[in-house]
Design a protein around this ligand. Structure first.
Ligand SMILES: [Zn+2]
Length: 72
């Protein structure tokens, strides 16, 4: 993948979390049940589930220090 900011090649990798990877419109308390308002988008899916965790594929640009994630 080419970086949308500078056009350099990006390194493919993963962002992992035990309970799923989400983009949240607001900061939410990290508790067992999801609380809080605002829009929430789950980035990880079960296809990467391993060892009880979740992961989402992400591309990193070393030059810009940016990470790009495709939302399914
Ligand atoms: Zn870049």
């Amino acid at each position: 993948m080419k970086c949308p900011y500078c056009g350099s090649g990006m390194s493919k990798g993963f962002i992992q979390c035990r309970d799923g990877v989400y983009w949240n419109e607001t900061i939410r308390p990290l508790v067992a049940l999801p609380l809080g308002g605002g829009k929430r988008i789950r980035l990880s899916d079960d296809s990467f589930e391993m060892f009880g965790g979740h992961a989402v594929e992400a591309h990193y640009c070393e030059d810009c220090k940016k990470i790009v994630i495709d939302v399914k």
